[in-house]
Each structure stands twice: as C-alpha cells, then as structure tokens.
Design a protein around this ligand. Sequence first.
Ligand code: NAG
Ligand code: NAG
Ligand code: NAG
Ligand code: NAG
Ligand code: NAG
Length: 455
Amino acid sequence: MRQHKIQGQRNLHPHLDTYKMLCAGKKSYFAAAVCIITVTSMLAVSYLSLQRLSHQPKLIQEGRRCRGKIANSTITALKGNKTFIISPYFDDRESKVTRLIGIVHHEDVKQLYCWFCCQPNGRIYVSKAKIDVHSDRFGFPYGAADIVCLEPENCDPTHVSIHQSPHGNIDQLPRFEIKNRKAETFSVDFTVCISAMFGNYNNVLQFIQGMEMYKILGAQKVVIYKNNCSHLMEKVLKFYVEEGTVEIIPWPINSHLRVSSKWHFMQDGTHIGYYGQITALNDCIYRNMERSKFVVLNDADEIILPLKHPNWKTMMNSLQEQNPGTSVFLFENHIFPETVSSGMFNISSWNTVPGVNILQHVYREPDRKDVINPRKMIVDPRKVIQTSVHSVLHAYGNSANVPMDVALIYHCRKALQGDLPRESLIRDTTLWRYNSSLIMNVNKVLSQTMLQAQE
Ligand SMILES: *[C@@H]1O[C@H](CO)[C@@H](O)[C@H](O)[C@H]1NC(C)=O
Ligand SMILES: *[C@@H]1O[C@H](CO)[C@@H](O)[C@H](O)[C@H]1NC(C)=O
Ligand SMILES: *[C@@H]1O[C@H](CO)[C@@H](O)[C@H](O)[C@H]1NC(C)=O
Ligand SMILES: *[C@@H]1O[C@H](CO)[C@@H](O)[C@H](O)[C@H]1NC(C)=O
Ligand SMILES: *[C@@H]1O[C@H](CO)[C@@H](O)[C@H](O)[C@H]1NC(C)=O
C-alpha cells in the first residue's frame, strides 16, 4: 500500500531509484534482506516528508510574467471535462488558503495543483490541492467540490491557475481572479440567493411578487444563477438589474454536463443533480461573504415570512440574541397550493401577466404524520464552510430551528397533498399583512416592464 503510493511519486525521489538499482545487483539473501530493510526505512522517511510537504507551496520558477488568459465565464472546464472551476475565494479563517468552488467527477479527479504567480519578482509557486467533494452528491457522478490550496507566503496572489500536473507551462492555463482578497465592511444586510432559474422560466407574476416581498422584508440584493428563462422574464430581470437589486450569474451548466431536474440520481445517465444547485449555493455564500451580513438561501417561489416581527432585520436581531453562537437559522417550509384560491385580491390588470398571483393563495397544507417539513436557511456567510440545500454541511457555530410562531416559509406551488378538501387546509393570511405595499410595488414594476415588453 505504502510502496504503491510512493511509486506514483517516484520522479520526486531520485535517491530511491539509485538505491533500488544497487540492491538489484546483489545475490545473497542476507544482502537482499538488508536492502529491503534499508529501502523500506527510506520509503517510510520519504513518505513522511512527502506527507508533510505535499500541500506546501513549492517555488518552481522565478522571473516569469503572469501571462495566462484571465477566465471570464462562470463555469470553466479544465482539460478532459472532469473538473469545472466556478471561482476561487481567499479564505483565511483557519490558514491562508485559496478555496476554489468547483464541480468534479467524484472518482476521476485525484490530483490538482494550484499555480500561483507572485509579483513583483515573478516567482511561480505550485501547491498540491486538497480536493473535498461535498458529501451531498446524491448518487450523481459529479458533485460540488472545494479545491483548497495553501497560499505561498508574502505573496497575496491576485490570481490562480489550476492544473492536473505539478509540471508544465503556466502561460497556457487560464487564470482565475481570487475574490474576497480584501476584507470589506458589509454593504448590505440581506442577500437572497436563487440557485437555479431554468426550463424557460416564465412565472413572471410570482417572481415579481417574490422580489417585492424580499425587498419589503429587508433584502437589498438578490443573486440569481440563471440557466434559462422566457423573453418576458429577461425584461423583468433587466429591470431589476438596472434598479440595482438583482445580480445575474450566468449558469450554462447544461453546455458542460447532462443535468438532471431531480435532486437524486435516477440511473438515467445524467451527471449532476438539479442544475448544479448545490454548487451555485456554495458559490453564492462565498461570493457574498464580504459584502452581506446575512445570506438567505431559498427558491424563487419561497418567502420566509416573519410572524412576530415586521421584517427580517428585527427578527434576526431577536433570534441572534436568543441563540448566541448560532450562525445558521433554519425555517420550516409550508405549502400553499396554487390551485386553492381565496377569491380575494383578484386584480384584473394582473390577469394578463403570466404566473401565479400569490395574494390569492392563503390556504396551507397541514403537516403530515411522519413527514418532516424541509427547511431553508438564513446564514451568517462568514461562518459557513460548506452548505447543502436544507442544512449546512460544515460551519463555525451552531444551527438552530426557528419555531413556527416566529416565522414560516410561504411556498406557493403545486399541491403536495392534492386530494385534501379545502376544509382540511389551514387558512393563513400572514402574507396579507403586506398587501397594500406589495400591490403598490408590483404595479410599479409591471407598469415599467410590461409597457416596454409591448413596445
Ligand atoms: C471573455 O473572453 C473572451 C476571449 O477570451 C472574449 O471574446 C469575450 O468577449 C469575453 N467576455 C466577457 C464578458 O468579457
Ligand atoms: C469537453 O466538452 C466540450 C463541450 O463542452 C467538447 O467540445 C469537448 O470535446 C470535450 N472534451 C473532452 C475531452 O471530452
Ligand atoms: C430554454 O430551455 C428550453 C428547454 O428547457 C428551450 O426549449 C429554450 O429554447 C431555451 N431558451 C433559451 C432562450 O435558451
Ligand atoms: C378573477 O376574475 C376574473 C374576472 O375578472 C375571473 O375570470 C377569474 O376566474 C377570477 N379568478 C379567481 C381565481 O377568482
Ligand atoms: C391589507 O393591508 C391593509 C393595511 O396595509 C389592512 O388594513 C387590510 O386589512 C389588509 N387587507 C386584508 C384583506 O388583510
């Protein structure tokens, strides 16, 4: 086992090869035994030193210019299409590392190396990466991964290249800008991450209502990983981008991998689950770590509704006070079927807009016996290391379930318990508290976007 590992790195150990050649010439058993013992101890020593040194940055060249092309797409394939880089982030929460959020084939990607070019003297350092495939892969061959490299000292690299080998020519590798290098003060309190908009998304009315609710509740920023949407949605997104609320991250994952619209693998030849949602969520956390006090992780049809507080800020102040040391707050999902209408707020000018008018849907499904309601999260991004969809995988600090009397997730969609008669549903008009500002704001957006769309 140990021998096998060392052989893979043989080129790093010329002394060892020389010694083997010497040993091979001897005939007597005694000499052979001495040889074996000596080689074994050499192997042990070099194995230990390799273990210790392998992740340390190693200076390999000097006096070079950093000339590789700077990668400018959200998803960059490395040679062979087994590794995809989203973005590197500086992370000094434990030691100074560059952490690249990426997607890898869980078996085929065994070794990656970070190449750092340090200015002003053009020293090139190579560090062996630690490849950490997230545990929530759900059977798919590709999954979210952290590719973590120790940074060279006294360098503060601005860019990094990734290579399958510790040898080669750095000029031919794309360079990625390392984000979060400078600590910033928070520019916003709440950023909502919408992990994947896909399938010609056209639920325009519900999207606008969701956006306006997020803003009413305290979001200053909504980040959307956009795979694909309708022409009308493009107009609406453009409006919000110009307003400064929305940031679009292009997410062309299906031009690299066969994506599943399911979250778990169905043995159907797909490569990755749910349009790469988990990778997008992790990227969103790191992308907003330095600029947003909280990150809200939910889908476009979900709204975290506070019941005791008028907005997220007062709610989170209170939750943090009651849960010291907690960095992850989990909110329970509740289904409000889009097929059950209250008859209220049937606003005629909205009837031509594609999508659901959530104000009409205030009946929620009761809890089911033996079914745990899934949760979504508001997190302190600086305390999160890896996130999944309904919980975090690794974080500094605790997670806390937020009780139903403090907040719930209003989730308007197809019924899960479609057979239930209306009498079995629970009338819950929490959303209506916001009706007047919501209607006013939605009308403003519609008047600006739909007019343009008709032109
Ligand atoms: C990205 O880079 C390519 C060439 O490398 C260039 O053609 C393209 O316009 C760039 N795109 C953006 C958005 O900068
Ligand atoms: C990688 O994927 C691209 C398309 O995204 C394709 O053109 C190319 O042939 C693939 N390369 C390998 C080695 O599979
Ligand atoms: C969006 O995806 C659908 C299939 O899901 C496809 O039919 C449509 O052409 C795509 N639209 C754009 C603008 O790429
Ligand atoms: C809303 O009103 C229109 C007529 O203005 C009617 O056709 C439609 O059925 C109503 N929708 C609901 C859900 O009540
Ligand atoms: C709509 O909101 C106003 C206050 O903004 C409130 O007075 C009214 O009761 C709400 N409507 C409903 C049906 O809850």
